[in-house]
Design a protein. Structure first.
Length: 418
């Protein structure tokens, strides 16, 4: 019954070092966030010990009376948060949620239409060696090379040509809002179901700062750990008439015992997401991304060959275009890492460089907004990033920028009690 430090000092050291990394650097990976202590507490609770195959009130194991309470709270809260008729809170991850949603309404060999991975889609939207690409016949739509926006004419043309059973609207790297009404109209024209994967922007939707896909889509999937700021996990929302199929696709179709400790943590995060404090945080998230885009569109950045895809952002991330920079995506990621800013390199549409190198960066504001960053703080971060991406980077400049990063990190302490 010893503590982690007593039982396993090696793992404890890795956990401690990770906490220090999170506290002392600026996390700008667009898909990451910092879960509140209350969420960490629920996720680290004794609920991890419980088997609970089935659903609240209809379990295949005894002793589920307390986990039933937590799971019911999670279901009711997430339905209320997004105005959905039905919710399944058991998917272990976003990928599991998409797998179960597709398993519920498709047969192997059916056609799906999703955004190309190389243009900002997710692996589970039809990538060749993902389950979605192996099980289903995939048609992929793209963003327009000029505007950087999803080409709805292509979506319509492909839908009419390929007659998909399911259209997937959603993205992992896209700086704008999707036209849900347009997707719905096209889906109706060809008799397809519409799945919206709002994994990235669910927090913005919860805060009322992004259109809600629930009224348009047959199924909406999400992760709970990105803008939503909860534990790692997935959720499927749907109309009531699809709920039975979806529940049986999750269990027993895809999963065994649900992670009730994670489900309890999801319930906590849905409560937090309904608060005014959360809405205020999402407003700062949007401000942060917009401030970064504006800074990287200024003349000095342009002179360094740096630009912003689609000319800005409406969401929590910016896609930096480095095709005309002396830096490739890998070098830019490394350079920011050196000064204490964590981002990920990201392919730009029709990227001339290979996927492990790329010609772009994806930079997000959610984790810093959670840390309490204000517009003034985001202006300082944006300036540090713009300076780091310019030519003439040497040791003195590295040290000066790293000191500005440290000052920002110290201004907004993370997990002070841990
Ligand atoms: N859907 C989208 C749009 C995503 O961006 C991601 C994660 O990056 C996922 C699904 C998958 O989530 P997970 O990593 O939890 O499986």
């Amino acid at each position: 019954n010893g503590s982690l430090h007593e039982v396993d000092p090696e793992v404890a050291a890795a956990v401690d070092a990770e906490l220090t990394r999170q506290q002392s650097t600026l996390e700008m990976i667009a898909s990451e966030n910092f879960a509140p202590v209350a969420v960490l507490e629920a996720q680290g609770s004794v609920l991890t010990n419980k088997y609970a195959e089935g659903y609240p009130g209809r379990r295949y194991y005894g002793g589920c009376e307390h986990v039933d309470v937590a799971e019911e709270l999670a279901r009711e809260r997430v339905k209320a948060l997004f105005g959905a008729e039905a919710a399944n809170v058991q998917p272990h991850s976003g990928a599991s949620a998409n797998a179960a949603a597709m398993f519920a309404v498709l047969k192997p060999g059916d056609t799906i239409l999703g955004l190309d991975l190389a243009h900002g889609g997710h692996l589970t939207h039809g990538m060749k060696i993902n389950f979605s690409g192996k099980l289903y016949d995939v048609a992929a739509y793209h963003v327009d090379a000029g505007t950087g926006l999803v080409d709805m004419d292509e979506v319509e043309r492909l839908a009419k040509e390929r007659r998909p059973k399911l259209i997937v609207a959603g993205w992992s790297a896209y700086p704008r809002q999707l036209d849900f009404a347009g997707f719905r109209r096209i889906a109706d024209e060809v008799g397809a179901l519409l799945l919206v994967d709002m994994a990235h922007f669910a927090g913005l939707v919860a805060a009322g700062l992004h259109p809600n896909p629930v009224p348009y889509a047959d199924i909406v999937t999400t992760t709970t750990h990105k803008t939503l700021g909860g534990p790692r996990g997935g959720v499927i929302l749907s109309r009531q008439d699809l709920a039975k199929k979806i529940n049986s696709a999750v269990f027993p179709g895809q999963q065994g015992g649900p992670l009730e400790h994670v489900i309890a943590a999801k319930a906590v995060s849905f409560k937090v997401a309904a608060s005014e404090e959360f809405r205020e945080r999402q407003r700062r998230t949007l401000d942060g991304a917009r401030i970064l885009a504006e800074r990287l569109l200024r003349d000095d950045a342009r002179a360094a060959g740096v630009s912003v895809l689609s000319g800005g952002t409406d969401v929590h991330l910016v896609l930096v275009d480095l095709r005309h920079s002396e830096l490739d995506g890998q070098q830019a990621e490394d350079r920011l890492h050196e000064i204490g800013i964590t981002v990920n390199r990201n392919a730009v549409p029709d990227d001339p460089r290979p996927p492990m190198v790329t010609s772009g960066l994806r930079i997000g504001s959610p984790a810093l907004a959670t840390r309490g960053f204000t517009a003034a703080d985001f202006e300082e971060v944006a300036d540090v990033i713009a300076e780091a991406l310019k030519p003439g980077f040497d040791e003195a400049k590295t040290a000066a920028l790293a000191a500005r990063v440290t000052a920002l990190a110290e201004k907004h302490p993370l997990y002070p009690g841990l």
